[in-house]
Design a protein around this ligand. Structure first.
Ligand code: SAH
Length: 265
C-alpha cells in the first residue's frame, strides 16, 4: 500500500515520568508515585531505590536496572537517556525511578531538559530526599527554634572538584546536610574546619536512612573520619552537621533526651 494513503492510526506517543522513590522505605513513597508507577510499563531503576518498591511492580512491568553508583561499574548517562527516548517513542509510559528526589543530586534537571528538547513529554513526581528523611528516621529536627534557622543540602563530591562556599556556610549557622561525602570524610572535615566550622561541632552520620539496615553515629567534626572508620559506616550515607544533632531523640547525650521540655520550646 502507498504509505501516503495508509489509514493506519499513528502510534500513540509515550511519555517519561521522573519519579522520586524516597530514601528506601517503601512506605515513604508518595501516593502519587505509587499510582503513576502502576501506569508505567517500563521502569528504569536507580540502585538506591528500595527493594520493597520494586516488589510493588505489576507483573507486566519491565524493570531495567540502570544504577550508577560512584566508584562502581555504572550505566553511562547517555545510554540511559537514549533508552528513555527509545521506549517513549515506542509508545511506552516510562518511569525513570530514582532514589530520594529526582531534583536533588539526581540529574533530574538534565534529563528533563534533554527529553523536552527532543519533543518527548516528561513529567515528574517528588520524592523524599535522603537528607530530609533523617528528620523522621532519627527524630532529628533539621531546623529547631533558637538553634538552626534553616538547612542547606550540599554535595561533597563534584566532577570538577569545586566545593560549596564553606566559609559562607560556616557563618550562616544553618544545618548542613552533606551528600556523597563518605569517601572523602577526612578531607571534608579538614576543609570545613579550615573554613571556620568549630572542631567540636556535633555531627551525625546516617547510612541507609529509613531502611531496615539503617545505621548511625553521633560524633564531632574533628572526629568524623576516625568514627566513620571505627564504626565501619559506608555509602550511601548523609552527614548532618550542626547543633541540631544534639537535639535528636535517637542519639546519645542529646538535649531532647535530657530535657523533654526543650524539644517543644
Ligand atoms: N536523589 C537522591 C540523592 C542521590 S546522590 C536523594 O534525593 O536522596 C547519592 C547520595 O545520596 C549518596 O551518596 C548519599 O549521600 C545520599 N543517599 C541516598 N540515599 C540514601 C540513604 N537511603 N541513606 C543515606 N544516604 C543516602
Amino acid at each position: 500500500m502507498n504509505p501516503a494513503t495508509s489509514t493506519r492510526a499513528p502510534r500513540p506517543a509515550g511519555k517519561v515520568w521522573l519519579i522520586g522513590a524516597g530514601p528506601g522505605d517503601a512506605e515513604l513513597l508518595t501516593l502519587k508515585a505509587a499510582r503513576v508507577l502502576g501506569e508505567c510499563t517500563i521502569w528504569l531503576v536507580d540502585d538506591l531505590v528500595g527493594p520493597g518498591i520494586l516488589e510493588m511492580a505489576p507483573a507486566r512491568t519491565r524493570i531495567v536496572k540502570v544504577g550508577k553508583r560512584g566508584g562502581c561499574a555504572s550505566t553511562p548517562q547517555e545510554f540511559i537517556l537514549r533508552l528513555m527516548a527509545r521506549y517513549a517513542r515506542a509508545g511506552h509510559t516510562v518511569a525513570r525511578l530514582k532514589g530520594g528526589d529526582p531534583f536533588i543530586f539526581g540529574r533530574g534537571g538534565e534529563e528533563m531538559a534533554w527529553l523536552n528538547s527532543r519533543g518527548i513529554q516528561v513529567e515528574s513526581v517528588s520524592g523524599i530526599t535522603a537528607g530530609l528523611a533523617v528528620g523522621g528516621a532519627l527524630g532529628l529536627p533539621l531546623t529547631h527554634r533558637g538553634v538552626s534557622r534553616g538547612v542547606s543540602l550540599v554535595t561533597a563530591h563534584t566532577v570538577d572538584g569545586a566545593s560549596p562556599d564553606w566559609r559562607a556556610l560556616a557563618r550562616s549557622g544553618l544545618t548542613i546536610v552533606c551528600y556523597m561525602g563518605m569517601s572523602r570524610a577526612d578531607k571534608l572535615a579538614a576543609e570545613l574546619m579550615a573554613a571556620g566550622f568549630p572542631a567540636a561541632l556535633p555531627v551525625a552520620v546516617v547510612q541507609n536512612v529509613s531502611c531496615a539496615s539503617q545505621r548511625h553515629i553521633a560524633t564531632t567534626l574533628q572526629h568524623l573520619a576516625r568514627d566513620i572508620e571505627a564504626h565501619r559506616l559506608g555509602s550511601p550515607a548523609v552527614i548532618v552537621l550542626g547543633e541540631v544533632v544534639g537535639h535528636s531523640l535517637s542519639l546519645p547525650g542529646s538535649a531532647a533526651q535530657a530535657d523533654p521540655q526543650q524539644r517543644f520550646g
